[in-house]
Design a protein around this ligand. Structure first.
Ligand code: ACM
Length: 264
């Protein structure tokens, strides 16, 4: 699998401007099977009010942004994971969507909401799915989920080859430092696609990161510029969970010793 990210600045509450920017970046992109875009890519991030978020949200089944991504995937024979401001009934979710050449495949709804997101979005209620695709097994997390090791572990145990981490990170490099460790201890590839720019005083930290199952940083982008990158991923490496001939990182787990975790 060849996979990477598009780091850029979506335009707050202006999906047309965002699609114009993305169109140009897709044209500059290297050939890839999978590209990951930032959090809330169709809407921007720092909404002054929930009403602004509502106005910028879309239903997945009636989304110009999903149609746009589908066209790109069809043209380029690829898959895309993107952050998505999702409307469902009266609720808003900070979601990630997986799109392929035949359209929408699946979604994840951000479980751990960050700061003012708690005034706008409902916490994710759609579990932690892993999608089997012709290019590999894809799991998704969104930004502040980086802080919670449990969700990374669940996706890895469900067979994710790549965890696509759509992001709008604002804390100084914390997530970028944690991502190679999540990749190492779960023996998966991770793509953190972060965004750039400033919205209403909030500056995003860029430094999108690709990490491999050995915990190595394959690549880290600059803090403030647009970037499109893709790298070769070794699916045989990721699926072999032995770290020594006698240590399989999943079979050596002792879930009965962790039961307390449910009650603490
Ligand atoms: C974040 O979760 N957007 C920091």
């Amino acid at each position: 699998m060849k996979a990477g990210f598009i780091q850029f600045t979506p335009e707050l509450c202006n999906v047309d401007a965002t699609m114009t920017r993305l169109d140009k970046l897709f044209k500059e992109a290297p050939e890839a099977d999978l590209l990951v875009l930032p959090e809330l890519c169709n809407s921007g991030y720092n909404f002054p009010t929930r009403k602004d978020a509502w106005g910028a949200s879309e239903e997945i089944s009636d989304s110009r942004f999903v149609t746009f991504l589908t066209e790109k995937c069809r043209e380029r024979k690829m898959h895309v994971v993107s952050g998505f401001c999702e409307r469902d009934g009266f609720k808003l979710f900070n979601s990630s969507i997986l799109v392929g050449p035949n359209g929408f495949i699946g979604k994840y709804r951000k479980i751990h909401l960050f700061y003012n997101e708690k005034d706008i979005f409902s916490a994710g209620d759609a579990g932690l799915p892993v999608f089997t695709t012709p290019i590999g097994n894809i799991g998704m997390l969104v930004c502040f989920d980086w802080m919670f090791p449990e969700v990374w572990r669940i996706l890895a145990l469900k067979g994710a080859d790549v965890i696509c981490h759509t992001s709008a990170l604002v804390l100084p490099g914390f997530a970028q430092r944690s991502v190679p460790v999540h990749a190492l201890i779960n023996h998966v590839y991770v793509i953190t696609a972060n965004r750039t720019g400033t919205e209403h005083g909030l500056t995003f930290t860029g430094m999108s990161t690709v990490a491999n199952p050995k915990g190595e940083v394959v690549y880290q982008a600059a803090a403030a510029s647009d970037e499109v990158s893709a790298f070769n991923f070794d699916l045989e490496l990721v699926r072999n969970k032995f770290i020594t001939p006698r240590n399989h990182i999943f079979e050596d787990r002792r879930p009965e010793a962790y039961e307390e975790l449910l009650h603490l």
